[in-house]
Design a protein around this ligand. Sequence first.
Ligand code: F6P
Length: 363
Amino acid sequence: MTSPSRRRIGVLTSGGDCPGLNAVLRGIFCAAEELGWEVLGFRDGFEGMLPKGGDYMLLNRENTAGIMQVGGTILGTTNKGHFTSKVGGGDKAVIPEDVISRASQTCRDLDLSAVIAIGGDGSMSTALQLYRAGFPIIGVPKTIDNDLEATAMTFGFDSAVACVTDALDRLHTTAASHKRVIVLQVMGRHAGWIALWGGLAGAADAILIPEIPFSLEQVAEFVQRRDEAGFKSTMIVVAEGARTRQGQQFRKQSSNGEWRLGGIGEMLGHEIEARTGKETRVCVLGHLQRGGDPTTLDRILGTRFGVKAVQLAREEKFGTMVSYQNYEVLDVPIADAVHRLKKVPPGNQLVETARAVGICFGD
Ligand code: F6P
């Protein structure tokens, strides 16, 4: 047993990666080192807790040096495997007893006094189940979609928005040169935050999000009106999870019970060209939004989240999740973060701002 002052904690990154994960890991290591604690980083999310003795690396000054500015996660991650607790569309699956007991044996063998789980909605559901099974767990919210309830912002989101903005800046010049319509498909399964923020920052002309069902007629008429008014081009940002008024969503294939979205950009491009006669091109931004360096904001938010998670471990406030509210990093019960997703509310001020500058939502 390690002495109370020489504690050992575990950390893992779970679910889809995003810029800022390494900033959190570095923040955790540095804050723990100040306390004289050891930090074990489990590889590939919760999966690293399953092999006998655990599959982990000891975080140290060498392997955490220079990682703040690097995208991805030095620990590896997965959104599949034995701990998958979300099976799509908000449904939850129960983690099998034997998986929980193997993981808890690992925690005992390694003498861990806390486990910090960094992840999104599905990973927080897993963390909650483990907490209820007796794990000393603390959650750190992560998702580029920014759709986690109980935190105003997750790291990774700002970097994804910066990627969308950069893409739009580039697409504007080529669209105007060729007098084309360009449809940019961005991530956002259930929530349109990336499309909304990125679209506003990148001066999109139309933004289509899951929360505001759109009509193809309205979008085509909007493009036509802009053409008649003499605008050279039209830039449309569409979230992958946007749906038509008929409720039609575009799904590509199913993987591990979770369906994958895709195809809405292609459909839109085809329909706009057919209905308006305007030459249209489609760009799917995809995983570019998840890769690359974190922005300044994500580096700072990630560091603050990591430091707060260590504080919570010190206070033994298990079953809580770090949360960003009114510029402060606080904590909330993990249970508050997983009962529903944070979507763009009707009448959201950002939507109203966008409408006020003439952006069309297709409704
Ligand atoms: O949850 C974040 C997200 O980026 C979604 O917007 C997207 O649909 C999904 O992850 C893609 O995940 P992957 O390709 O890693 O399974």
